[in-house]
Write a protein that binds this ligand. Structure first.
Ligand code: HEM
Length: 240
């Protein structure tokens, strides 16, 4: 399988953009796709550096709303288990354009999110989406389709993960190309679909999750390029 090139949360917008353009996506696509952060969570270790002594300033990241700083400090505290906070601080469970409003209010949780609102290459797109929910939805659908066509693996070149954070253990249980399903072995009685059902819950003890190994070649965990702190084994593959 190919290399994994996931950008980390402390990349600057131009650095992140380089990552996207290297895959054929443009600044509109990137700004749209980061709107995916309208749902879901981030572990404290991905943004805790912003909460105090940010970049050696002795103070929290000044681009973060102080109320949010206080809230995130309460959530993260000194808990060694690396808790999580919602990426969209307002409508955390709705797939809407609120992420853009939040980052304009300096309520972006990760550095990359916050910078999206201020970088000259993306600020205009952000304010456009903030005031145009339908425009964001349409743009998101298109950008997802575009992203979905990048370096698609077919045949035995890839696999459909049963847990999206790790490569499957052992032999893949279904064809990796969903377009060519296997014939059912008992004609007339269709087999139970083998497509994995994504579990909504994360493993409660991430450190015990499976080591990503396949029979052919051991895989590296997916590691965002610049984590602020060294991660535990599993956090390295937290990105969905
Ligand atoms: C520059 C690009 C991106 C960076 C640096 C980035 C970084 C991150 C990080 C660090 C997390 C937290 C992971 C964790 O703590 O477990 C996260 C979560 C998430 N990201 Fe991204 N991401 C990027 C692009 C995207 C894109 C393109 C999408 C989808 C269109 C996306 C969707 C999500 C979602 C849904 C979550 C929440 C996962 C959960 O709740 O477990 N991200 N991202």
């Amino acid at each position: 399988m190919g290399e994994v090139n996931l950008p980390g949360p402390t990349l600057t917008v131009p650095e992140a953009l380089q990552s996207f353009t290297s895959k054929g996506l443009n600044v509109n696509d990137m700004t749209t796709l980061l709107g995916g952060h309208t749902v879901g969570v981030a572990h404290c270790s991905f943004f805790q550096d912003r909460l105090s002594n940010f970049q050696g300033t002795g103070a929290p990241d000044r681009s973060m709303d102080p109320t949010l700083v206080a809230k995130l400090r309460r959530i993260c505290g000194t808990n060694a288990n690396d808790p999580t906070a919602f990426l969209d601080q307002n409508t955390s469970f709705a797939f809407d354009n609120e992420y853009y409003n939040q980052i304009r209010l300096r309520r972006g949780v990760m550095q990359i999110d916050q910078e999206l609102a201020s970088d000259t290459s993306t600020a205009g797109i952000v304010s456009g989406f903030a005031s145009n929910p339908g425009g964001f939805q349409r743009s998101f659908a298109n950008a997802m389709i575009k992203m979905g066509s990048i370096q698609v693996l077919v045949g035995n070149a890839g696999e459909i993960r049963q847990n999206c954070r790790v490569v499957n253990k052992g032999k893949p249980q279904q064809p990796s190309n969903p377009g060519t399903p296997k014939k059912p072995t008992t004609p007339g009685k269709p087999k139970k679909p083998t497509t994995p059902v994504l579990k909504p819950k994360k493993p409660t003890t991430p450190s015990k999750s499976k080591k990503p190994i396949t029979p052919k070649k051991p895989k590296k965990p997916i590691t965002p390029t610049k984590p602020k702190k060294p991660k535990t084994k599993n956090q390295a593959s937290k990105h969905k």
